[in-house]
Design a protein around this ligand. Structure first.
Ligand SMILES: [Zn+2]
Length: 103
């Protein structure tokens, strides 16, 4: 198959492109708003938003903190997002080629 990011030919079962390092196996799962199991500080809410919007997780945390301090909204939004956002499913347990997108 081809890498969606750099267009180079990569192994069919590859999860990460050997050329540009982008995740290709979990591209479809990437666009779900979930709390990643790795890279968590508290509940992974900021890491989830960072993955969803393709932003730096530090930037998201910083923005969240600023908004929280300035408006107080972040203080309420964090526990709400914590409850609402599902845990990231274990990628390894998914059958190969399963599509996670909803129509
Ligand atoms: Zn690539």
């Amino acid at each position: 198959m081809y890498c969606n990011y750099c267009g180079k030919v990569i192994q069919d079962d590859a999860n990460v492109c050997a050329y540009c390092g982008k995740r290709v196996g979990a591209v479809l799962a990437r666009k779900k708003l979930v709390r990643p199991r790795a890279n968590r500080k508290i509940a992974g809410v900021c890491a989830g938003f960072a993955e969803y919007f393709d932003l730096d997780v530090t930037l998201v945390r910083l923005l969240w903190l600023i908004v929280a301090v300035m408006t107080g909204v972040g203080l309420l939004a964090y526990p709400i997002a914590w409850i609402v956002m599902p845990d990231q499913p274990e990628i390894r347990s998914l059958p190969a080629g399963q599509q996670l997108t909803t129509p």
